[in-house]
Design a protein around this ligand. Structure first.
Ligand code: ZN
Length: 399
């Protein structure tokens, strides 16, 4: 077999060497895999923003995240009288154009209306809820004593007639069970008061190892995360314009914070980030909505509140083409967005609504694509980097 003991030793050490190498390679791949599974800063931010509670008019927790995230990239903060956060990154030239970048902090929510003598919480839905989306879901009541978890109850089918089983319960018949024994228990022990805001509770999840994210409130937390990422990139290579990054309040009840914030910012150009309506699942047609997940950022060409400025639309499309970013279009009638208030503030400003396409908006859970998110960040960053005085003047000029 072996010609000499030396040959034998050589063969054995070769085997041992290969074995050692295999172990090192295995260890190396485990480390790589672990790193791949580890969420990056964008995923962590999206998770935190999605899970944060930001009921309409009570956007404090989301505002705190935005203030923390934007602090390294801006010179100062202001707030409007409704609680919108305005983060300012001024250009070195005081005469540079003012670009307002907005997304809203609030999410569909409820308000405590009254508590029954038995301790069940009756509520008022605020914003565009489906009755169907309310039942048998977990909610959190934000009280002066802290968060209180509750379940929007649904009667068991065991005691329903067949007709009742296929009927959707009306919203005024619904209530939240917080496990209180009486009204007094709910008020005194749990601290629940009429007018307390109630937020949906839903956990963020990376969907089955792909690049889709499952969570609540992508409308419009994805937009807020786009703003953070855009401002981070602009800090590395500043834009030729002053950028006002605005996290607006109370969008879901008629773009209220965008109105008050626009009056403080007085924008020359308005770019709003929103959730787009992804129409790529069963039960929806292209006549109803046109975006799809993974197809790139969306651009609203019509909604019930505004038409975008045509020159701004074309400028963004040219920028996207130059960067190889696909853009999808959205033409809807039943939707209104913050861009409308930027467009109408003072003498009016060329404005547009761009989107991160979102499946199942205005429900407890929705889905977005990380690829769409990244492309939206790239597009918005590039558009802002091109917003010099001459470009803005051209966009604002008619005839
Ligand atoms: Zn929205």
């Amino acid at each position: 077999m072996f010609e000499s003991p030396r040959a034998y030793h050589l063969a054995v050490s070769r085997v041992l060497y290969h074995d050692q190498m295999r172990r090192i390679l295995l260890l190396f791949s485990i480390v790589l895999l672990a790193q791949a599974a580890e969420p990056d800063h964008v995923e962590r931010l999206l998770a935190e923003l999605s899970e944060a509670y930001g009921p309409i008019g009570f956007e404090g927790p989301v505002r705190a995240i935005m203030r923390r995230e934007l602090t390294p990239y801006v010179a100062r903060f202001e707030t409007d009288g409704l609680g919108s956060l305005i983060a300012v990154a001024p250009a070195s030239d005081a005469a540079a154009p003012r670009v307002m970048l907005a997304a809203h902090m609030d999410e569909l929510s409820l308000l405590v209306k009254h508590i029954t003598p038995e301790g069940f919480v009756k509520f008022l839905p605020v914003g565009g809820w489906l009755d169907l989306a309310l039942v048998n879901q977990r909610f959190v009541i934000l009280t002066r004593k802290g968060p209180v978890t509750g379940l929007c109850a649904l009667k068991t089918p065991h005691i329903m007639s067949s007709e009742e089983r296929s009927r959707i319960p009306r919203r005024d018949s619904l209530f939240i069970d917080v496990g209180a024994t009486s009204r007094q228990d709910a008020e005194e022990r749990l601290g629940i008061r009429p007018g307390d805001p109630i937020a949906p509770q839903s956990r963020f999840e990376k969907l089955n190892g792909g690049n889709l994210y499952l969570g609540k409130a992508w409308d419009d937390r994805a937009g807020l995360a786009v703003i953070v990422e855009v401002m981070r990139r602009l800090k590395q290579a500043p834009a030729p314009c002053s950028v006002y990054a605005v996290a607006t309040a109370q969008e879901e009840v008629g773009v209220r914070g965008a109105k008050t914030a626009s009056y403080l910012v007085k924008p020359d150009i308005g770019i709003n980030l929103e959730g787009g309506v992804a129409a790529d699942h069963p039960g929806i047609t292209a006549d109803e909505a046109q975006e799809r997940i993974g197809g790139g950022p969306g651009m609203f060409l019509h909604d019930s509140f505004m038409l975008p400025n045509v020159k701004l639309r074309d400028f963004i499309l040219d920028t996207a083409k130059a960067r190889g970013i696909p853009v999808q279009f959205e033409i809807l009638s039943g939707y209104g967005e913050d861009g409308a208030e930027m467009q109408r503030a003072y003498g009016g400003a060329p404005s547009i609504n761009l989107t991160v396409p979102t499946r199942y908006m205005h429900n407890h859970n929705g889905i977005i694509s990380r690829a769409d998110f990244d492309r939206t960040v790239e597009l918005v960053t590039e558009v802002i980097r091109r917003m010099d005085s001459a470009t803005v003047k051209r966009l604002k000029t008619f005839d």
